[in-house]
Design a protein around this ligand. Structure first.
Ligand code: NAP
Length: 284
């Protein structure tokens, strides 16, 4: 049986560490406040937003909620983001994606101040990541690094293959693995002979967005598999991009869905929120 990487337990461990840190900062009179903006009432977004607010309450971070109607204009949202950029009491700004079609997501992301960009999506955060400068890291890939490290899985020198090249998962994942001295390959929908490329991986990270796409034919014996995907199958059960049952005889370790990467994304968001106030007690 493979080792099951327990994202739920690791995310709790991280949130508990953050809670201790926040408690000390609060005692020193330093508070963090996250502004969470949701436009419309997509049920999945509402679940994500509520989970983020719950995590804030757990860690001891204040959260402010802005719930805007589905037909909100782009300018109204940009004005709100600008107002929050200028509000000294707000340390982090999160705009829940996706946004309704009348709003250009890219414009909104670029309007968030890079100093409050706790999702790590602003081009300044992305640039900092690639040149190895300190900055906000995209939460899901940062969570994957923590899952590997805290499970005692060595990254340095390993052959890592990422399937998927999105701006929020695949690309920042590649930058973070390079930082950890892995040898990195990024595959995508135009990649030729995906199976043989995936089979090179000591660590295979899958972020394709296709339920149970990866079977044991893609996996080298003993590989570690991180499944970023999140879907509902025919029985309405949550599942990932990896066919967990099929691969279990070949992998050495794997993240489950649910309970793998998912909880880590929120834990790393909390870490980015705390990052906005870290070190302030020395400056106070
Ligand atoms: P995305 O933006 O749709 O990107 C999917 C990537 O997979 C693209 O780069 C695409 O290639 C590639 N791809 C699609 N079909 C492929 C194929 N047959 N062979 C090889 N590559 C293929 O998705 P995403 O936002 O990165 O998310 C991926 C999955 O992770 C989704 O299931 C999403 O729900 C989940 N997710 C989970 C979390 C979490 O917290 N657990 C966070 C974010 C995302 P091209 O670029 O060539 O089109």
């Amino acid at each position: 049986m493979p080792y099951i990487i327990d994202g739920k337990a690791i995310s709790k461990q991280i949130k508990d560490e953050l809670r201790d840190e926040v408690e000390k900062l609060t005692e020193a009179g330093i508070n963090a406040c996250l502004a969470v903006i949701q436009v419309g009432n997509d049920p999945a977004s509402t679940v994500y937003v509520n989970n983020k607010k719950k995590a804030c309450a757990y860690v001891g971070i204040n959260s402010r909620s802005y719930e805007l109607p589905e037909d909100t204009s782009e300018q109204t949202l940009l004005d709100l983001v600008q107002k929050l950029n200028e509000d000294p009491e707000v340390n982090g700004i999160l705009v829940q994606l996706p946004l309704p079609k009348q709003i250009d997501e890219d414009k909104v992301i670029r309007t968030i101040s890079p100093d409050k960009d706790v999702d790590g999506f602003h081009p300044v955060s992305v640039g900092r990541l690639w040149i190895g400068e300190k900055g906000f890291l995209s939460c899901t890939p940062a969570g994957v690094i923590q899952l590997l490290k805290r499970s005692g899985i060595e990254i340095e020198g390993k052959e890592c293959v990422i399937i998927g090249r999105s701006n929020i998962v695949g690309k920042p994942m590649a930058a973070l693995l390079l930082r950890e001295n892995a040898t990195v390959t990024v595959a995508h929908s135009k990649t030729k002979d995906l199976k043989s490329i995936a089979k090179r991986a000591d660590i295979l990270i899958v972020a394709i967005g296709k339920a149970k796409f990866i079977t044991k034919d893609y996996i080298k014996e003993g590989a570690v598999v991180i499944d970023v995907g999140m879907h509902r199958d025919e029985q309405n059960h949550l599942c990932g991009d990896v066919d967990c049952e099929d691969v279990s005889s070949v992998v050495s370790a794997i993240t489950p869905v649910p309970g793998g990467v998912g909880p880590m994304t929120i834990a790393m968001l909390m870490n980015n929120c705390v990052e906005t106030i870290r070190g302030r007690e020395e400056r106070a």
